[in-house]
Design a protein around this ligand. Structure first.
Ligand SMILES: [Zn+2]
Length: 414
């Protein structure tokens, strides 16, 4: 695959030129997702940049088109050896294929235009890949000096998705923060079935800005559910080099570490940070009601139970009737229940609701003695030079867990 890049008059264009049949389809790197077919070859960012380091540009190409890469890749400009160190034959993140029904890593990429004289990228500022939800908003409150980069969603008809997060972005700029928000076309529409080409694609807008703004680190709002608990199912050692997320390792090798400072916090702890900083009403995790939280869907249900449990949602019993639906009840009887560690805490605070009582997961261990605290092992996900700063910020709001073995023994898969 060959890539071309152009930045001009308010836009930047990233085009993938397919060179082999294999490059028309492929897999995401993170699990047994369906085979993706490339149906669009150009990502258009509604933002014009001044410069971009060749390695960062290569990382942008890889995150946008990862499923379609085959063995040989030619980037828009020659790159340093770092790209092969991360994605090559001896790299940390290889391509994936399904072989004998098993989804597995196969070969690394071979870069056709490496130039050893290129100095690897180095930036110094902190950026947040900002989604506007509870987790990245809590991250902003922890590290308000960071540059926030938000991605607007462009719908198939070219319109921008209505979202209240844009008001929050204005507010942040108004209160002395530095936040950017712009759309890119087709990034979710590159593939059929549509969707992100991979998890790390959430960093694309931040990568595009990084050279111009001297961004050295991209922080994401991932929580303990993603970093250690498989969404509440079972603990995995997320700091073990063998189990540490491969994208995180690859970004670090290229010279722009990406990491979750709140990887040791639950959504409950993040909600506490937002409550303490008076920012809870500025977080929007669902667009279904005029660009904000619909208070009807499964995600809004989880978030509302969290807010209620920590005393940040003052509502009467009548309010909860909106969630008294077959759909919600069906999710609650599944085992393992999605985000079990959250619901085991929050639903016990709603025992007074007669319709809900039979669906409270009493069979799942009560997490109230650790869910509001931080799992300190997670600091190892943070680059060493930033660990002191991040720990200091977290402890201002959230105390460390007293017994971390509760997290390490978490298993709802029995
Ligand atoms: Zn919703």
């Amino acid at each position: 695959m060959k890539f071309e890049f152009l930045s001009t008059t308010g836009q930047s264009f990233l085009k993938a030129i397919v060179e082999t049949e294999e490059e028309k389809q492929g897999f995401r790197a993170e699990g047994p997702y369906p085979l993706l077919k490339m149906v669009n070859d150009t990502v258009i960012f509604d933002y014009e940049i001044k410069t971009i380091h060749p390695d960062i540009l290569a990382l942008l190409c890889i995150t946008c088109f990862y499923p379609y890469l085959d063995q040989y890749v030619t980037f828009p400009q020659p790159v340093s050896q770092k790209i092969e160190e991360a994605f090559g034959e001896n790299g940390v993140l290889k391509l994936h294929e399904v072989i004998d029904g098993r989804y597995q890593q196969t070969k690394g990429i071979k870069v056709t235009n490496i130039d050893d004289s290129i100095t690897p990228y180095k930036g110094s500022k902190l950026a947040i890949s900002f989604g506007g939800g509870m987790d990245s908003s809590a991250l902003y409150k922890l590290i308000p000096e960071a540059i926030l980069v938000h991605e607007q969603t462009k719908l198939n008809n070219g319109e921008i998705q209505l979202e209240k997060t844009l008001e929050t972005i204005d507010l942040i700029n108004g209160e002395g923060g530095q936040a950017f928000s712009f759309a890119n076309n087709n990034r979710r529409g590159i593939s059929e079935p549509s969707g992100w080409p991979g998890w790390a694609a959430c960093t694309c807008n931040a990568l595009l800005l990084s050279t111009d703004f001297n961004i050295g680190y991209i922080m994401t709002g991932s929580v303990i559910a993603g970093s250690f608990l498989s969404n509440g199912r079972k603990y995995f050692p997320g700091t073990d080099p063998l189990r540490k997320n491969k994208w995180i390792q690859a970004f670090e090798l290229v010279g722009i570490p990406m990491f979750p400072p709140t990887g040791g916090l639950s959504e409950v702890a993040n909600a506490i940070i937002l409550h303490k900083t008076n920012f809870i009403n500025k977080a929007h995790w669902c667009f279904r009601d005029q660009g904000s939280n619909c208070q009807l869907c499964w995600k809004c249900f989880r978030r509302d139970t969290i807010l209620f449990a920590i005393g940040a949602l003052d509502v009467n019993n009548e309010f909860w009737e909106r969630y008294n639906t077959d759909f919600i009840k069906k999710q609650l009887v599944k085992r393992p229940i999605y985000f079990a560690h959250i619901f085991s805490f929050t639903l016990r605070k709603l025992e007074h609701l007669t319709w809900l009582k039979p669906f409270i997961p009493y069979d799942v261990e009560n997490t109230s003695d650790w869910i509001c605290n931080s799992y300190t092992e997670a600091i190892k996900l943070v680059p060493e030079e930033l660990r002191h700063l991040i720990s200091e910020r977290i402890v201002k709001f959230i105390e460390p867990m007293k017994d971390e073995s509760k997290v390490e023994n978490w298993d709802c898969t029995y």
